[in-house]
Design a protein. Structure first.
Length: 224
């Protein structure tokens, strides 16, 4: 799964890497967790990329309440086009979740060691994760816009850590992914593993285990 991530760079870098028309306002976050607001990039009917925030935890439009959101932070690539919860959003409301990197917990003999996974090459500052979003209206009439991150089977690097990984998009595929009129066969082709040679990871402190903990100390590399 993908259940915790980082967005620690400024708006100018986001604008440059994701081709945004304006510099977005970004508050650096080092331990973003489910049910919190997350940055997202979508595309308008006019074809312009835009920056917004969604509630992380998908709420289908037909849900009676928002309680299921915490259980729907991820959608499996193998079934996302078939599941009633995600099917319509997969066809029409696809977005990108920009992250500087994400955390996963690697099983060892006696514990789960948190690791930070991030782009391997210094010139690349972000991963663009494949996401879906949806609008849901509560009983009081307020609207909630929520999202989920799509996951797939691990590549050769990630299989050493976990049995799932987020779908990470190639920048050349961003518009293809976000445009609602892209033929679905093309969309399915994007639900693939990211090249293992373009990512790396290192161990971090169990400080990140608690979603209440924030700050750059979450990223401090543990000595080998």
């Amino acid at each position: 799964m993908c259940g915790r991530f980082v967005l620690d760079d400024d708006g100018e870098k986001l604008q440059a890497e994701f081709g945004l028309p304006d510099i977005p306002y970004v508050v650096p976050r080092f331990n973003i967790a489910p049910t919190q607001p997350v940055a997202a990039i979508g595309i308008s009917k006019a074809g312009d990329r835009g920056f917004t925030h969604f509630h992380w935890g998908f709420i289908p439009s037909w849900a009676k309440d928002g309680s299921m959101a915490s259980r729907m932070i991820n959608a499996r690539a193998e079934t996302v086009g078939e599941k009633p919860s995600f099917r319509n959003a997969f066809k029409r409301r696809r977005c990108i979740i920009p992250v500087s990197g994400f955390y996963e917990w690697k099983k060892t003999k006696d514990k789960k060691q948190p690791v930070y996974i991030h782009p391997k090459h210094p010139e690349k500052k972000f991963f663009g994760l494949a996401g879906l979003w949806e609008k849901w209206e509560s009983d009081d009439g307020s609207e909630v816009r929520s999202c989920t991150i799509i996951t797939t089977t691990p590549n050769d690097l990630m299989e050493k850590v976990h049995n799932r990984m987020p779908v990470i998009l190639n920048p050349n595929d961003y518009d293809t992914w976000m445009h609602s009129d892209t033929p679905m066969p093309q969309i399915y082709k994007l639900l693939k593993q990211y090249p293992p040679g373009d990512m790396t990871y290192y161990p971090v402190s169990t400080y990140v285990n608690s979603a209440a903990n924030e700050g750059p100390q979450c990223l401090v590399r543990l000595a080998n």
